[in-house]
Ligand binder design. Structure first.
Ligand code: PMP
Length: 375
């Protein structure tokens, strides 16, 4: 059997692999980006209209596209419902954009570090990476992918000046600007979250997700694209899966209509802010002498850089697994794994573990790291 040559470029997602481990009992996981179980909408509101059982439009159900357009306009990005495509998770948007724009050797500018499952997709299509630090000017490239609002993994939120600078630099390179914004609603401080693509002179794609603000198991996200890109993206969506699950679309529509969305988002923010603060105080107690980090202003993660330049968080994960504690080592998030910090960084999810597990898990992890860096 001969697999397609692109399969040589497809690596397994380390997060998905670790997620399988975390399903074992007694494992304390800081690895995945799992939203809090108690943040999900009540299933009592789950009503399936008869019409949702039929095939639907590839772009998504019209009332939902209208809703999404209004939601995105509220964020400061003018858009028509015609330019909205409902996705089977925003991960699908990365796949469709890569199919649209990335050939073998296409220069793609990505933040370093960046969302590792975006790297998985871009690599599959043969991207040639041009890395840049989050918030810094991107190098010239056909496509610039960024996650400017509470970035996964660093939590970085671009300042107003960084947003403007990004628009100017991308326009100078005539790049397609691809903004990934799944954490928009998970905001704990007052910061500028205006989409970078808003007012961008060139072609762009902006995408969001219902995974973090409603529930990831529904696998529903959306994208909005500039005029030139909408029709080709719809054709790719047709070819990929005909359309997204209409039961999920109906439920999301129902939740967005029935609930006071703004109140729900406020509750969610309060809930996660409290978790972040607790996690941060436990980190202060155990990791103060071992690592540097900043308090994330939104999103789901703390990003730690161990002070020891020779630390290897992949090796530390092995030891942590034996103690049934899991986290994400930093290396897979780097497009350039020779980056000076690739081996000494780690990502910790603060939204899913219970308070007790946070305290127990971090109390286990800190001495493991201490002995690894001293030994
Ligand atoms: N982009 C980023 C930056 C993410 O962190 C994630 C999920 N962790 C996704 C896209 C995909 O999210 P989903 O497919 O659940 O919408």
């Amino acid at each position: 059997m001969q697999l397609a040559t692109r399969m040589d470029r497809l690596v397994s997602s380390p997060v998905r692999d670790l997620l399988a481990l975390t399903e074992q009992p007694d494992v304390i996981s800081f690895a995945g980006g799992l939203p809090a179980q108690d943040s999900f909408p009540s299933r009592a509101s789950l009503e399936i209209p008869e019409s949702a059982l039929q095939y639907g439009a590839s772009e998504g159900d019209w009332p939902l596209r209208e809703r999404i357009a209004a939601l995105v306009c509220g964020r400061g990005l003018q858009c028509d419902p015609e330019h909205v495509i409902v996705l089977s998770g925003s991960q699908q948007g990365i796949d469709l954009v890569a199919k649209l724009l990335v050939d073998t050797g296409t220069p793609v500018a990505v933040e370093s570090p960046t969302y590792l499952a975006a790297l998985q997709v871009f690599s599959l299509f043969g991207a040639h990476y041009r890395p840049f630090a989050p918030g810094q000017a991107p190098p010239s490239a056909n496509l610039v992918y960024l996650n400017p609002t509470f970035q996964n993994p660093t939590g970085h939120c671009y300042s107003t000046a960084e947003r403007e600078h990004m628009r100017v630099e991308c326009a100078r390179h005539q790049a397609v600007l691809f903004e990934d914004d799944p954490y928009h609603d998970l905001c704990f401080e007052n910061c500028d979250r205006t989409p970078v693509v808003s007012g961008y002179a060139g072609d762009w794609v902006y995408q969001g997700s219902f995974s973090k603000s409603l529930a990831p198991g529904m696998r529903l996200g959306y994208l909005v694209a500039s005029e030139n890109l909408v029709q080709p993206l719809i054709r790719l969506k047709q070819a990929a899966d005909l359309h997204s699950n209409r039961l999920a679309q109906a439920w999301v529509m129902h939740l967005l209509e029935a609930e006071h969305t703004a109140e729900r988002v406020c509750r969610l923010q309060d809930h996660y802010r409290a978790r972040r603060d607790h996690f941060g105080s436990v980190l202060d107690a155990h990791f103060g002498d071992l690592a540097d980090w900043s308090l994330p202003e939104g999103g789901l993660f703390f990003w730690l850089t161990l002070r020891d330049r020779h630390a290897d968080t992949t090796a530390i994960l092995e030891a942590a697994l034996a103690e049934k504690v899991v986290f994400m080592p930093g290396r897979p998030f780097y497009p350039d794994t020779r980056h000076a910090d690739a081996n000494r960084t780690l990502r910790l999810n603060f939204s899913n573990a219970t308070r007790d597990d946070v305290e127990r898990g971090l109390a286990v992890l800190a001495p493991l790291i201490r002995s690894a860096v001293q030994g």
